[in-house]
Design a protein around this ligand. Structure first.
Ligand SMILES: NC(=O)c1ccc[n+]([C@@H]2O[C@H](COP(=O)([O-])OP(=O)(O)OC[C@H]3O[C@@H](n4cnc5c(N)ncnc54)[C@H](OP(=O)(O)O)[C@@H]3O)[C@@H](O)[C@H]2O)c1
Length: 326
């Protein structure tokens, strides 16, 4: 036998091994996954066709992710109700939507809401239900962050973050839930954060509020599953919004700076599209982030000691950087 023939034989053996690996190991996994993906796309398309006319309540719609969500759902033909404290900003968002001049489209509704004022939330829901008599999709998006270590954070600040990010969304969900249960229909979406999956230094209050939100949503999902009400949690990594500008310091003042990580984050429009897809596909829990946050998430759960060691290094680095800038 010539050397070239031997090489050919070796080559065909390599291909045979590859075919064997693909056929016996990968195909049984890849094929069902591919079929599931195709089925999910068909289902999402079917629900997308049902979106026009659905009533969508979005909290925190005056900027960032909420504003982007308002655009995505409005363009999909939904009746959007925009809620936040700054009603002038909500009017600006409404004006931008109307300027799109879409046909047919339902004029957006603007309603003032302060998530920190828990006792006003039942009245707020009465006003919401007064508009279209129902809410098909509730997006709990409004929230604030913090930039301070635990030692220098006043308890009042911990409370404020927890009330706005967690109890505000809980109170709103509870006030709307009876109407959804009565109609046996609805979708509740919680905009959490990767920091609802793992905590990083200088964000204790924020992380805690998002962990609480995650747990609340997980529990609620199981309770309402048989009542045709769906619950999704979306955990994004950094998004290019005003979140760091609006964050609180340990004393409750406005942080007022655009963090590098936030400035380099994903576009809110892209995230809003992904959130719409998550709702259409009825995905229970999604992480929308870069690889780094995904690795951190798996490390936290599979190798916690290594994760905590990395976080301790990060805390030290932040402390040194703070001392430098005074
Ligand atoms: N940006 C990120 O990197 C990132 C990453 C993961 C998750 N998220 C989450 O995404 C959501 C939206 O934040 P964003 O990034 O879009 O930041 P943003 O631009 O600062 O928007 C925050 C929104 O929340 C509203 N809000 C704040 N306090 C409120 C209160 N007491 N009552 C009612 N509404 C309130 C604000 O409206 P008013 O000031 O007009 O009330 C604003 O519309 C938050 O839940 C945040 O935790 C953001």
């Amino acid at each position: 036998m010539k050397v070239e023939d031997l090489n050919k034989c070796a080559g065909s053996t390599d291909w045979n091994v590859l075919y064997w690996v693909l056929g016996t190991i990968l195909m049984p996994v890849a094929l069902p996954l591919a079929l599931f993906n195709i089925w999910q796309r068909f289902r999402a398309q079917k629900y997308r066709n049902q979106l026009p006319g659905k009533v969508v309540l979005i909290t925190g719609a005056s900027s960032g992710v909420g504003e982007a969500l308002a655009h995505v759902f409005y363009k999909a033909g939904c009746k959007v109700i925009l809620a936040a404290r700054r009603t002038l900003e909500l009017e600006r968002v409404k004006k931008d939507l109307l300027a799109l001049d879409l046909e047919p489209a339902y004029p957006p509704t603007v309603l003032g809401l302060d998530l920190a004022e828990l006792n006003t939330i039942p009245d707020f829901v009465t006003r919401v239900l007064g508009v279209y008599n129902q809410v098909d999709i509730l997006i709990n998006n409004g929230g604030i962050s913090v930039r301070a270590d635990v030692a220098s954070t006043a308890v009042d600040v911990d409370l404020k973050i927890m009330v706005v990010n967690y109890f505000g969304s809980v109170a709103l969900t509870k006030a709307l839930l009876p109407s959804m249960l009565k109609r046996k229909s609805g979708h509740i979406c919680f905009i959490s954060s990767v920091q609802g999956k793992f905590a990083i230094p200088q964000r204790a209050a924020y992380s805690a509020s998002k962990h609480a939100m995650q747990a609340f949503a997980d529990s609620l999902r199981s309770e309402v599953a048989s009542k045709n009400i769906n619950v999704s949690t979306v955990s994004p990594g950094y998004v290019r919004t005003q979140l760091s500008l609006n964050a609180l310091t340990g004393t409750g003042k406005s942080y007022g700076k655009m963090d590098d990580s936030t400035a380099k984050g994903m576009s809110p429009d892209k995230l809003a599209e992904r959130i719409l897809k998550c709702i259409l596909r009825n995905e229970p829990d999604i992480l929308v982030s870069d690889v780094q946050a995904k690795v951190a998430y798996y490390l936290r759960h599979l190798c916690p000691s290594l994760f905590f060691w990395i976080m301790a290094k990060r805390a030290l680095k932040l402390e040194k950087a703070e001392k430098k800038t005074g």
